[in-house]
Design a protein around this ligand. Sequence first.
Ligand SMILES: [Zn+2]
Ligand SMILES: [Zn+2]
Length: 394
Amino acid sequence: MIDTAMFEALQGDIVTWRRAVHRRPETGMALPETCAFVRRAMSGIGVKDLKARTGVVGLIEGTRPGKCFAIRADMDALPIQEDTGLSFASEKPGVMHACGHDAHVAMALGAAKILAGRRSDFAGSVKFIFQPDEESSGGALPMILEGVLENPSVGAILACHVGNIWPNARRSGVIGVRFGPMMASCDGLFIRVKGKGGHGAMPHLTVDSVLVAAHIVTSLQSIVSREINPTACGVVTIGKISGGFAHNVIAPEVVMEGTMRSLNAETRNYLNRRLGEIARSVASAMRAEAEVRIEEGYPPATNHPGFTRFFQGVAQEMFGAGWVGEISEPCMGAEDMAYFLERVPGALFTLGTQSDDPRTAYPHHNPRFDIDESVLWKGAAVMAETAIAWLATQ
Ligand SMILES: [Zn+2]
Ligand SMILES: [Zn+2]
């Protein structure tokens, strides 16, 4: 087992960074204050700034040439009014780090600090990818298109998500690993049902778009329950329906919005295809029309089994097998780490942050979400050690 005392000394820095980021949350693609903070911290540590257009990218080079390992952290917050009462609570009304991305930034900086002090222990380099906008339209893909995985070319990638939702890995300090599917794909769906409006007492002169929409909602639920393999996972949710003018008017049009989730490309393609087929044919059977639009979101996030095994080995050696839990089921939430994992072998692992303190039991995206920050050094340490171990195998 590795001597962890030296890593615990880092804990003070990590907490300071996390609280500073927590105080000044930002949402979306442009995170000027957060990016400036990360750049300042990187320069204090001695990380080279690669001057990315989107997000912040840094590089630490070992003393010998070799491959490149990447550590990714998301930096964005959520449009939520914080209600934690913490001394370092958000200073911005209506914006809050309620998913733990403040901790991700701090842990990646912690890993950078460890690696900056150990350049002679590894060949090659470690790239730090700080990305914006994980929570809405996705900062990972723009960064990839701008070349973040090149120069130097990334051979493996690792990211951590803190929190308390992963089965077998909720408890503070437990590292959670999962082989294969980890998070779901997420596609938006939009259906416009076009009927013919008219008097509420004379339905025979109209085509009732509300009734057609109701049949479509019901029929769509048969895709998951009757058409895909019961052992595969899928979700079709209609979250919003709007249409109509008054109680005695038959609505000419209804608009529905929803989300579809799946864990692999095959199910994803099937859901997307059948959504359109069912909506259009139910509408046409009832003399209406349905326009269907699918807004492609994040693909499924799938951990590379070989790399995950490697990571699990490093974590077990550092902390003991009892501190490394295998996550028993995937999460149907989505994560744009998926785009990196589509291109490079890697893993998204979790760090449990739920202690006996009830304040750490609130779910993600809750105005009272909080984490047990005393274990964050573990996330930083395991990322740094994995980088060193992986670079040594190349
Ligand atoms: Zn989130
Ligand atoms: Zn998150």
